[in-house]
Design a protein around this ligand. Structure first.
Ligand code: GSH
Length: 210
């Protein structure tokens, strides 16, 4: 098994943090996104969509999408449970994770990729050409600010994002916040104290180094 990853990209970081929380050892190979290695024929045999991460299994099966890779590891290594442990908690983790990914992570990507010169004609990851739209950069930043407001409200009611225990959704939200700081230069507001409390707790976990 080999995980194709990239140190500077947020989606593979979700998987690396998940693996680290599980305490499992997975061989990894760095993909150079800057030089376009992910568009090479060799890489696209593993993932025709040309994104990282990809998990290449020993039988040749390749799994892309960070959520799908995490779901695979959760099934193989159920302890500690990071995606809920009964039907209700599993559904709640799923619900919050989709919300964080769509309202938070996608908003940051929209804000970043529609403006950064490096993503000209690549406003959406993948092999197809997608032109940048400046208005979407503005909208992405606004959507991300709205997300932070909602997240702060949620963390006022719950110790962690999805459940009262740590789950994959905390990883998704943490990676989103770090991505936004770097890509949009936007962080949580100083008065978003619930996010500050939760972020400080997350930052103490060794997994943030992954
Ligand atoms: N939904 C996918 C997103 C994958 C994705 O967008 N990966 C980015 C890095 S974070 C990528 O491969 N970008 C390549 C590019 O921009 O050309 C996932 O969760 O794995």
């Amino acid at each position: 098994m080999l995980l194709y990853t990239c140190r500077t990209a947020p989606s593979p970081r979700r998987v690396r943090m998940f693996i680290s929380e599980k305490g499992i050892d997975v061989p990894m190979q760095e993909v150079d996104l800057r030089s376009g290695e992910h568009f090479s024929a060799d890489y696209r045999r593993r993932n025709p969509h040309a994104t990282v991460p990809v998990l290449d299994l020993d039988d040749g099966t390749c799994i892309s999408e960070s959520d799908a890779i995490c779901t695979y590891f959760e099934a193989l290594y159920p302890d500690p449970p990071l995606m809920g442990s009964d039907p209700k908690s599993r559904a709640r983790v799923r619900m919050w994770d989709r919300r964080v990914e769509f309202d938070g992570y996608q908003a940051v990507a929209e804000g970043f990729r529609n403006r950064a010169p490096a993503f000209r004609d690549r406003a959406v990851p993948g092999r197809h050409k997608v032109p940048q739209i400046e208005a979407l950069a503005e909208r992405g930043a606004q959507r991300y600010r709205d997300f932070l407001e909602d997240l702060d409200g949620r963390l006022g009611q719950s110790e962690y994002v999805a459940l009262d225990t740590f789950s994959v959704t905390d990883i998704t939200a943490f990676v989103t916040i770090e991505f936004a700081r770097r890509a949009l230069k936007i962080g949580p507001e100083p008065d978003q104290e619930n996010i500050a409390r939760w972020h400080a707790a997350l930052s103490r976990r060794p997994t943030v180094e992954a």
